[in-house]
Design a protein around this ligand. Structure first.
Ligand SMILES: Cc1cc2nc3c(=O)[nH]c(=O)nc-3n(C[C@H](O)[C@H](O)[C@H](O)COP(=O)(O)OP(=O)(O)OC[C@H]3O[C@@H](n4cnc5c(N)ncnc54)[C@H](O)[C@@H]3O)c2cc1C
Length: 428
């Protein structure tokens, strides 16, 4: 008997997104110019930009479109990379930091452009408040705001003192905050399904329930094998992010999957809503907490402690405790959905976007900040295949070392590192 088709994880997103008809699995021998592996934001953006340039493109998705991080994430748009422009200048120099700044700017613009082209409403709301959890972090926060205002005077980025932060968040847990009107949040699975539709309309072929099992070189380029099909392609794009596992060793060695979790409460009455606006909130811990109101009035509250690889975690219990720390009045709320997913970390905490070898391109490792960066990564990979290697060449030169410890020790070493970061969060 054939395996039952995979379904999306049981999340509030899956419950509030339209059902997409299952695309047929890849069958037999298929020929294409580009075979993309993974149908999340990265793979679908690459597919769209290739198909729009009439490059024959086939996407293999192991389960369903948006099954991975793209259909489960916090939905929060953080302007910029995980490292602030100040850190980027310090670590990589002014020139590299400036190009990364342009890429981050284009990533946001691309997200809004795609959103505007979709027929599916992905519930976009503008505004992001980053809460500062220790008073001494306010100096860094203020420097960040000044720096943003210097490079983009109209961005509206504002530093908030503890009182103003408490007024907006409905908790006096934090020492300050940064408000960014050009951040925001959306429904990631609806966005992903909308993106898949754009890619298909442009001519890309999507195959679901089609895990790629092997990639080998052949005279025409590459053979990508699934259990029922062989795809012959000139070039391959790996867009598996935190789910790459053993398919390709170079990406696997540089990307480490860590868990993050989200709960969706029952819908709240306006009197119980803690946030006093429709913006998203996140804090500045290493194991950050992130929350926002859904369009149907639920509180979506997320966080993670990273090093768990176990599947049987009491997600609801764990996040309820974190929620109660900020909002004791919400401790007894009913939790209707609880789910988790793989965040893909890299050592520098910048995405790995590069040509792995001639004909094999990869992007992933967004380190929890991939909502828009994965979209621009897909476009950069597509541009390189179409002949413009400028940005891919630049990004391929950025260092992205392999995680130490090899296959046997990388998770134990990660456990030690994460314990250290959790301790630092606790210390401040
Ligand atoms: C819980 C959580 C919260 C997050 N919150 C945020 C946030 O608020 N803001 C933000 O910017 N980022 C956030 N992120 C990160 C963000 O979701 C990712 O950076 C982004 O979705 C990456 O997209 P992707 O397409 O590269 O990977 P994914 O969406 O993970 O897609 C990879 C796909 O590859 C498929 N695949 C894997 N192996 C194979 C194979 N062998 N054959 C075929 N297909 C395969 C998988 O099934 C999967 O669908 C969060 C992530 C998680 C898990």
């Amino acid at each position: 008997m054939a395996d039952a088709p995979a379904s999306h994880t049981n999340s509030w997103y899956a419950a509030s997104a339209p059902e997409r008809p299952l695309a047929p699995a890849a069958q037999g021998e298929l020929r294409t110019d580009v075979c993309i592996i993974g149908a999340g934001f990265t793979g679908l953006s690459a597919a769209l930009h290739l198909a729009e340039a009439n490059v024959p493109t086939l996407v293999l998705e192991a389960r369903r479109v948006g099954w991975g991080a793209s259909g489960r994430n916090g939905g929060q748009l953080h302007p910029g990379f995980n490292k602030s422009p100040i850190e980027l200048r310090r670590n990589y120099g002014n020139e590299v930091a400036a190009i990364l700044g342009e890429i981050a700017h284009d990533a946001r613009a691309l997200l809004h452009d795609l959103r505007a082209r979709m027929t599916l409403d992905c519930n976009w709301r503008a505004g992001l408040l980053t809460a500062i959890h220790k008073p001494r972090h306010n100096t860094v926060a203020q420097a960040y705001v000044e720096d943003r205002l210097t490079s983009a005077p109209s961005c509206g980025c504002t530093w908030l003192n503890a009182e103003d932060t408490a007024a907006r968040l409905g908790t006096n847990f934090y020492a300050g905050g940064i408000f960014e009107p050009d951040g925001g949040h959306l429904h990631p699975l609806r966005f992903c399904l909308g993106l898949a539709r754009l890619a298909e309309d442009a001519g890309a072929c999507l195959c679901e329930n089609s895990p790629a099992q092997r990639i080998t070189r052949c005279a025409e380029g590459f053979r990508v094998e699934t259990s029922n099909a062989t795809i012959i392609a000139r070039e391959v794009i790996l867009a598996c992010n935190g789910y790459v596992e053993g398919l390709e060793p170079e990406a696997h060695k540089r990307i480490l999957p860590v868990k993050s979790f989200i709960i969706a409460t029952e819908p709240l009455t306006p009197a119980l809503q803690p946030l006093t606006g429709s913006w998203a909130a996140a804090d500045d811990r290493f194991f950050l907490r992130y929350w926002r109101q859904s369009h149907d009035g639920r509180l979506l509250f997320g966080g993670g402690d990273g090093y768990h690889q176990r599947e049987n975690i009491d997600i609801a219990g764990k996040l309820r405790r974190n929620l109660a720390e900020l909002y004791p009045q919400l401790a007894a709320l009913r939790i209707d959905y609880a789910w988790g997913g793989n965040i893909a970390l890299t050592l520098p905490r910048l995405p790995m976007i590069r040509r792995l070898t001639s004909g094999v391109l990869a992007a992933g490792g967004y380190s929890g900040n991939g909502l828009d960066k994965s979209l621009i990564a897909g476009r950069i990979l597509a541009s390189a295949i179409k002949g413009d290697d400028t940005r891919l060449g630049f990004l391929s030169r950025l260092p992205c070392r392999v995680f130490p410890g090899g296959e046997a020790a990388r998770f134990p070493l990660l456990f030690l590192a994460m314990t250290w970061y959790a301790f630092r969060d606790w210390l401040g």
